[in-house]
Design a protein around this ligand. Structure first.
Ligand code: PMP
Length: 459
């Protein structure tokens, strides 16, 4: 029996299962110049800030561009195609976050925008409970007089106890004006990469009748989000941290507070009827998406979500190996301190924040880039209260009390991590290999830099 005459059924094609799942490919960066005149493969250890686009995302944008037309209100065929792309993107995102039947998926600009939208939609008399360790996007949008900030917890059990205590002591309101509560949680810390005990904290919140919003900016690329399974009410995340471009984010979750709130932006698309007598606003996602939407951004985000969903296992495996290599490599370097919120062995994503004894973290980051072609982030990572708390424990005299963050992902290879560990060891032992000066507004820059920043413009 020849294969040509009887094609095997899909289920019987053994080679489909034998082929190992491959890491989804990202659009490759060029080689980057170093001070020595070499050009090196860019060691991308800055995924926690923004992730490079997936090739599939770039292709999806190109494909959708070919039929790009007006959205929602046009009657031409291409308008209908474009509108279908936009709404299908919403459905893909709903799948990605495990949305419940009645949940909304609102397209926003990013996580900051999503959390500000929710903050504006809070019913009057809502108390907000938030840990001080949050990213500023998650810490700051809430009305100050109703916000209860909890200290940076030392352990997951401590976090639970702090939340329990805060919820128990919230003002009760009256029968006529009952108060509600919203607990703001983060799935993974952008400073230490550690996973927060979201399930346990949500259980505490629910016990007190509080709602929960989850900042998944740092976890969406690495861990499954399942609104239904977690019992979380809303989730927010950003396209540019899941291998889609900047400019698209998501707020997904319960519709009641969103439908009852004033539209986030007033304008076309958010209205049900407009007359001289007044405006009736529509409900659903459109209520908060006034103006022409970012269709290509939504398509790109959906392509990223679909790709991540399909390759979860292989991505997790890749990141686990890199996380282990980062942690063991950096911890073994004399003069390097790595930081953790819940203890060194707590589960974390591929993020390690560290300091090098006696060296300003911004100088470390500048030298890693200029001498070794490595991209990391230095500073307080928009989480000042957490970084202050972490650094004080170990070394209050650290220059400027900032840290370096190395964060791996799909564009990171094992060689990148090895290069980072070698370079950090060299810095810790001998200091930078070139001379640097601190320039106002620019930070540390090499004194004699032969490289000229004159990139070819992409248009
Ligand atoms: N929350 C966390 C945990 C983050 O890491 C970030 C981005 N650094 C944000 C929120 C804000 O995301 P965006 O800048 O995309 O709004």
């Amino acid at each position: 029996m020849s294969i040509a005459s009887t094609p095997p059924s899909f289920h019987r094609r053994p080679w489909l299962h034998a082929v190992p799942d491959r890491l989804p490919a990202v659009v490759r960066a060029d080689l980057v110049p170093t001070l020595s005149g070499d050009h090196l493969d860019h060691a991308n250890l800055d995924h926690a800030a923004s992730t490079p686009a997936l090739q599939r995302v770039a292709r999806a944008v190109e494909t959708a561009s070919a039929t790009y037309s007006s959205v929602h209100r046009g009657t031409g065929w291409l308008s209908r195609v474009t509108s279908a792309h936009y709404e299908a993107a919403r459905e893909e995102v709903a799948r990605f976050v495990g949305a419940r039947e009645d949940d909304l998926v609102v397209f926003t600009r990013n996580t900051t925008d999503s959390l500000n939208l929710l903050a504006r939609a809070l019913p009057r008399d809502t108390d907000v409970v938030v840990f001080s360790s949050e990213h500023h996007a998650t810490l700051l949008p809430w009305r100050a007089r109703d916000t209860h900030r909890l200290p940076v917890p030392a352990t997951p059990a401590d976090a639970e106890a702090l939340l329990e205590d805060a919820l128990r002591h919230l003002p009760r309101g009256t029968a006529r004006r009952p108060r509600q509560a919203l607990v703001v949680l983060t799935a993974a810390s952008n400073v230490t990469g550690e996973l927060w005990p979201v399930e346990r904290l949500t259980t505490v919140a629910k016990r007190h009748g509080a709602r929960v919003v989850l900042d998944a900016a740092q976890s969406a690329a690495h861990r499954v989000i399942d609104l239904g399974a977690l019992g979380v009410d809303w989730v927010a995340f950003s396209g540019h941290k899941v291998h889609a471009p900047y400019g698209t984010g998501v707020l997904a979750g319960r519709r009641d507070w969103l439908d009852a709130a004033r539209p986030y932006l007033a304008g076309g698309g958010a209205t049900a009827a407009v007359s001289e007598r007044g405006t009736r606003w529509t409900t659903g996602a459109a209520r908060h998406e006034a103006g022409s939407p970012n269709v290509l951004g939504a398509v790109a985000l959906a392509a990223a979500c679909a790709t991540i969903r399909e390759h979860r296992a292989v991505i997790a495996d890749h990141e686990e190996r890199l996380t282990e290599a980062l942690l063991t490599g950096l911890r073994a370097v004399d003069g390097v301190t790595t930081y953790s919120l819940f203890g060194e062995d707590h589960e974390r994503g591929p993020v390690v924040t560290f300091t090098v004894e006696g060296l300003d973290s911004h100088l470390v980051a500048a030298a890693l880039s200029a001498e070794h072609g490595i991209g990391v982030r230095a500073g307080k990572f928009c989480a000042h209260l957490l970084v202050d708390a972490l650094l004080e424990e170990d070394d209050a005299d650290l220059p400027h009390a900032t840290a370096v963050r190395a964060s791996a992902g799909l564009a990171t290879t094992e060689e990148h991590v090895e290069r980072l560990v070698r370079a950090v060891a060299q810095l810790a032992a001998e200091g930078p290999g070139a001379e640097y000066v601190e320039v106002e507004g620019e930070g540390w820059v090499p004194v004699d830099d032969p490289r000229e920043l004159d990139p070819a413009l992409p248009w």
